[in-house]
Design a protein around this ligand. Sequence first.
Ligand code: PLP
Length: 384
Amino acid sequence: MNFYDNEINKLKEKDSFRYIPDIEEKYGKYLLVDEKKMLNLSSNDYLNLSTDKELIDEFINKNKDSNEFIFSSASARLLTGTSRIYKRLEENTAKLFNKEACLLFNTGYQCNLGVVSSLVNRDDVIFSDKLNHASIIDGMKLSGCDFYRYRHLDYNHLEEMLIKHRQNYKKAIIISESVFSMDGDTADINKLIELKNKYDCLLMIDEAHAFGIFGSNLAGVSDKENNLEKVDIITATWGKAFASMGAFCVSNKTIINYLTNKADSFIFSTALPSVNVMWSNFLLEEKFNRVKEKSIKLNRLIKEAHGYINDGGKTQIIPIIIGDNHKTVKIAQQLRSMGYFVLPVRPPTVPVNTSRLRLSLSADITIEEFKTVSDTVKKALNEI
Ligand code: PLP
């Protein structure tokens, strides 16, 4: 047996082998799997906008004759893969975040990879929350700089690291997600601002799971707490609540000009298709009220759901940590047999012994549906 078969078998023995699920169709809060309609509790389509036929029809009818209504940009932005609508989306986004400038990337992964790897080098240092997304970790590795990972949300630990290491380097960046993708908890951005000022660092916040959901501009947790201007660099993705594709970094003009010239994942990749850029602009410019309505609906559900399980949480991501891979997979299967699509999340996506069911709420899910799922998991945990 060759090396790869061996590795695959090891994953299977640990219940850690990942399959791409067989999903036949998606519509609103539902999925069709094996011809069975299931409530989708595993989606990042937090506002249920990605399959909104009314919106899509309106967009198509309005734009189908435009020269920009095409499915390829056929070039990187620095070549010919750009046009006025790309710049307009960047201007719209910068405005939303009260920042001077914005740079679009093709995905959130490429965005974090490019931003983090290009802003620092061997003379610099990064302080990163232990549970930051793989794209941030890969960016740090690629940068060649030293990096220190503080315990999740433990700002005393971060400060200890800053005291010990900050003076040994030229530039320093503190990086955190705002809403953590697998835990649904939230960074203390006020504290991070205090520390970045005290120890002369830049602060970068990834708002991937908060953009479209929190804040009066829907710009995320930094927006909700009126901290947009104090956070130096913000990244987020169009592919989750905003029901589109792509990602962006917003910051001052200098940083954005620098990234435009130095971030390889931006420079050496074909740009987003213009039809997609048009769709993002359409949602921002013409349908912002609709997006906002859905966001208000989701925030109401978030409050009711956390009230019901009384866990003190505040976001749409609700992890139920089970620990053991096998039990997690078994409960997920049981939920699926009842018509609830919940995926088990296992290492290496989450730390060893913290396998979990990650329930993600979306705007059209009802509190009654959430209560049924939550009660079922509780019962299964008692029985297993
Ligand atoms: N940042 C965080 C916190 C994420 O959870 C994700 C997940 O997808 C990304 C970035 C990557 O974004 P994208 O899916 O657009 O590549």
